[in-house]
Design a protein around this ligand. Structure first.
Ligand code: FAD
Length: 308
C-alpha cells in the first residue's frame, strides 16, 4: 500500500508493476569511472521503454531533476551527490544485432561501445576501430559524439531512436543531427535509446591491425589503469591541451587525492581517495594557469552532475 502523502514519484517506484530496479541513496562513486560521487536520491535501472517513459514523465510532472547515465566514464559527480533521479538503461536497452542487408549494427543505448566494436570485428565489419578502448555505453558515446582526433561515432550513425518528454519516441536520421567536437545536437532532456551504425565488410586482418594500433597508442599515451574520466578538457582550436598543460610543468601536481597524470597531462586521476572537490580544485587551477600563460580559456569535456 502506498502512503497517502507519497509523491507520484515515490508511488511509481514502490509499484510492484514498475519494470525497473530501484536503489535509494545510491553512492554514485559506484557508477562512475572516477569512483567519485555522493548519493543520488534514487538510482533507477529501467528495463523497458515503458518504465523509462513512466519514470521520466513523473519526474517532469513533479519537477524532480533526472538524468540518464551510461557508464559514468565522462562524469564528475559532486561529493554531495544528486538530489534527483539517476536513470540507467537496463535489460531491453542492452541488446544488439547485425542487419546485413542494411549494412549496419543496431545497438541499444545501454550496450557497451566496446561490445559493439568486438561484434563488428567478429563479423569482419569495419568502421568502428577508432572506438576500441573507449569506455562507456552506446548512449553516452552518441551524446558525447565519442571518438578520436580524426574519427567520431556521429559519422557512422544512420539513425537514432530517442525519447523526448511531451513528444514520445522520435526517430532521427544521423544526417539530421549536428555532430560536433565531443557534442551532439540532441535536446538536453532527450534520452537516446537505440541507434544504427554503418559498417562495411573488410578483411579481418585489416580491422585487427587498426584496432591493435589504436589500442597500443592508447596504452602508451593514457593512464589506462587509473581512475579517471578520460580527457578533462577539450583541445582548443589547433592545439593539444595535454601539451599546453605539460609545458607549464603541471604534470604530477596534486590536490588532495586528485593528480594531473604523469602519463597524459589532460587526464586528472583519482589516486585513491580523491573527492570531487579535489578534482574540481585541480580543474580550476589548471584552467587559471593556462589562461594566465596562453590567454586560452579551457572548456571542460567532462560533464558535471550535482554541483548546482
Ligand atoms: C580511460 C578513459 C578513456 C577515454 N577515452 C575516450 C576517447 O578516446 N574518446 C572519447 O570521445 N571519450 C573518451 N572517454 C570519455 C568517455 O568514455 C566517453 O565520453 C563515453 O562515450 C561516455 O560514455 P558513458 O556511457 O560512460 O557516458 P556517461 O559518462 O555516463 O555520460 C556522458 C553524458 O552522456 C549522457 N548520456 C549517457 N547516456 C545517455 C543516453 N542514453 N541518452 C542521453 N544522454 C545520455 C549523460 O547524461 C552525460 O551527460 C574516455 C574515458 C576514460 C575514463
Amino acid at each position: 500500500m502506498v502512503a497517502r502523502h507519497a509523491s507520484p514519484l515515490q508511488a511509481l517506484l514502490v509499484d510492484e508493476r514498475f519494470d525497473g530496479d530501484i536503489y535509494p541513496n545510491e553512492p554514485m562513486a559506484r557508477h562512475t569511472s572516477y569512483r567519485i560521487g555522493g548519493p543520488a536520491r534514487f538510482y533507477v535501472r529501467v528495463n523497458s521503454v515503458s518504465a523509462l517513459t513512466q519514470l521520466v514523465d513523473v519526474c517532469e510532472q513533479e519537477g524532480s531533476p533526472w538524468v540518464v547515465l551510461g557508464r559514468g566514464s565522462n562524469v564528475l559527480v559532486s561529493d554531495e551527490g544528486f538530489s534527483g533521479v539517476v536513470i540507467s538503461l537496463g535489460r531491453d536497452f542492452r541488446s544488439m544485432r547485425v542487419d546485413q542487408e542494411r549494412g549496419c549494427i543496431v545497438a541499444g543505448a545501454g550496450v557497451m561501445l566496446s561490445a559493439v566494436v568486438q561484434e563488428a570485428f567478429k563479423r569482419s565489419l569495419a568502421g568502428l576501430e577508432f572506438a576500441v578502448g573507449t569506455p562507456g555505453t552506446v548512449g553516452g558515446a552518441l551524446r558525447m559524439n565519442a571518438g578520436s582526433r580524426g574519427e567520431w561515432i556521429g559519422s557512422r550513425v544512420v539513425s537514432v531512436t530517442s525519447f523526448v518528454p511531451g513528444e514520445g519516441l522520435v526517430l532521427r536520421r544521423g544526417a539530421d543531427v549536428s555532430w560536433g567536437y565531443r557534442e551532439s545536437s540532441f535536446a538536453p532532456n532527450e534520452t537516446l535509446l537505440e541507434c544504427e551504425l554503418a559498417v562495411e565488410p573488410a578483411d579481418p586482418f585489416y580491422i585487427r591491425g587498426k584496432m591493435e594500433a589504436n589500442l597500443s597508442l592508447r596504452k602508451k599515451s593514457q593512464p589506462v589503469n587509473e581512475a579517471s574520466c578520460g580527457s578533462v578538457f577539450k583541445n582548443p582550436e589547433g592545439a593539444s591541451v595535454g601539451a599546453l598543460i605539460e609545458e607549464l610543468g603541471l604534470k604530477g601536481i596534486q590536490m588532495g587525492g586528485a593528480r594531473v597524470s604523469d602519463v597524459h597531462a589532460n587526464f586528472i586521476v583519482n589516486t585513491g581517495q580523491a573527492s570531487a572537490r579535489d578534482v574540481l580544485c585541480l580543474i580550476d587551477h589548471v584552467q587559471a594557469k593556462v589562461k594566465e600563460a596562453y590567454g586560452i580559456q579551457l572548456t571542460p569535456e567532462v560533464r558535471f552532475l550535482g554541483f548546482e
